[in-house]
Design a protein around this ligand. Structure first.
Ligand SMILES: Nc1ncnc2c1ncn2[C@@H]1O[C@H](COP(=O)(O)OP(=O)(O)OP(=O)(O)O)[C@@H](O)[C@H]1O
Ligand SMILES: [Mg+2]
Length: 450
């Protein structure tokens, strides 16, 4: 049947070729090849949809086949076959762009599932190339390398660790990985590791049974169960205590959880994406992060460089945020002068993209004309004009009673932290050292809308 997908199997052992051919021939058009050179010829001539290659091909190296397929313009997927002991080489292949690996001895079901997924992904690859990463704006070489790695990571199930300073876009990338992956129709569940109170940790993550503790009137699903089949995003993972690391590690390693108050084991299938702005390798050395947890969460590492190291992204991002805010707020059109844009490029952005976004928003508000000028930029950046500082100065010179001044100060202080944390309640509560519920109550009392 010509509509069947073609699979090329390259292995130097003829028994393996025979048995794999038998496993697959009912479902796919199978082509076999018993050497590296013949394999390359067949890839060129026959353009198979999927290539299955053994990492060890006599004298030759299966990794070079991966490189060849990925580097060619062919729209084929590669699956690597190998013993698990070869994990380093396998990870290298995945980083290069291999779709999956199947452990030896080969399980027929596992191999067929992997091929079907690879075929699904062929069409996904075409979609990805067309949409060009909506919402992720970049021009720099560094970011296009990041995006390439994101594409590769998305087609696997390996855990991903996203590193980068605050505001570099880690959460945005985590979402992208999920939305490009085969799990995109299932849930993306975020856990902010720094915001879960220790006593609620297990019930939040693993759920609880009715009657597990006072107040547990219903049973409740935990984040792991909600994320089943989807992606679990562990944000700020560097803030996780050693004890909680161990609990998460166990759940991820065995794919099993137990609800609080239950003795039944639940199987969960989650893909783990973690992020932190901390130097986690240093934490491992200092023993504040468990080494085994680190290896578990960190199969693929994606590092987001700070904005000052990819200055080419500043202009396109500034233009994007300008347009976005003007549209969403229904404001009259404004543009940047050329000089103003160049001035932005010279700034260091310690708060990275989040800071750039806030600066553009402030510029829209303070600029008096249709054209945002270098003077406007100076006001906002060079003098580090800060509306909160201005408000505190006003408060000092007011003649309010202590009670009124105290509540005014509280309002300014909360607003300041809200802005710093992108209006995120749990992060703000965390930086203020209070619980999210308490923050919401105070905001209501002070008339701060969210
Ligand atoms: N490449 C990008 N294109 C457009 N917007 C971006 C890009 N990267 C980040 N942003 C925006 O910048 C802001 C900060 O991004 P995000 O929250 O993902 O950063 P983060 O690295 O998780 O920060 P933190 O460490 O503080 O949690 C968000 O509003 C996000 O939408
Ligand atoms: Mg974040």
């Amino acid at each position: 049947m010509s509509s069947r997908f073609s699979v090329l199997v390259i292995d130097d052992e003829s028994e393996i070729l025979n048995s794999v051919e038998k496993m697959l021939k009912d479902e796919f058009n199978v082509i076999v090849s018993n050497s590296f050179d013949d394999g390359i010829c067949k890839i060129r001539e026959l353009k198979p949809d999927v290539v299955i290659v053994d990492l060890r091909l006599g004298e030759k190296d299966g990794r070079d086949i991966v490189k060849f397929v990925v580097g060619s313009k062919l729209n084929s997927q590669v699956i690597v076959v190998s013993a698990y002991s070869d994990i380093e080489n396998i990870v290298e292949c995945i980083k290069m762009g291999a779709f999956d690996f199947v452990e030896k001895p080969i399980s027929p079901t596992r191999l067929r599932v992997s091929i079907r997924n690879a075929i699904d992904n062929l069409s996904l690859k075409r979609v990805v190339e067309k949409v060009e990463f909506s919402g992720i704006i970049f021009k720099s070489q560094k970011m296009s390398e990041v995006i390439e790695l994101v594409k590769k990571a998305s087609s696997t199930n390996f855990p991903v660790l996203i590193l980068g300073e605050s505001g570099t876009g880690k959460e945005k990338i985590a979402h992208l990985i999920h939305s490009l992956s085969r799990r995109r129709d299932k849930e993306f569940v975020k856990i902010n590791c720094s915001a879960i109170p220790s006593e609620l940790f297990e019930s939040e993550l693993f759920g609880y049974e009715k009657g597990a503790f006072t107040g547990a009137v219903y049973s409740k699903k935990g984040k792991f169960e909600i994320a089943d089949g989807g992606t679990l995003f562990l944000d700020e993972i560097g803030d996780l205590s050693l004890e909680h690391q161990a609990k998460i590690l166990r759940a991820v390693e065995y794919g099993e959880i137990m609800k609080v108050g239950s003795k039944d084991i639940l199987n969960v299938d989650v893909r783990l994406v973690s992020a932190t702005n901390k130097d986690i390798e240093k934490m491992v050395k200092e023993k504040t992060f468990r080494e085994d947890s680190f290896f578990r969460i960190n199969v693929i590492t994606i590092y987001l460089p700070p904005l000052r190291e990819r200055k080419e992204d500043i202009k396109p991002l500034a233009l994007y945020f300008l347009e976005e805010t003007i549209k969403s707020e229904g404001l009259p059109q404004k543009i940047f002068s050329e000089d103003a844009l160049s001035m932005l490029e010279e700034y260091d952005f310690p708060g990275n993209i989040r800071e750039l976004k806030n600066i553009v928003n402030r510029l829209i508000v303070i600029s008096q004309n249709d054209v945002i000028s270098t003077q406007d930029i100076e006001k906002v950046i060079k003098n580090k004009f800060n509306p909160f500082e201005a408000k505190i100065v006003d408060l000092l010179s007011s003649r309010k009673s202590l009670v009124r001044a105290r509540s005014d100060f509280e309002k300014i202080y909360i607003l300041y932290h809200l802005e710093k944390n992108n209006m995120n309640i749990s992060k703000t509560a965390n930086s203020l050292g209070i619980l999210p519920n308490n923050l919401i109550r105070r905001m209501k009392k002070l008339g701060i809308s969210h």
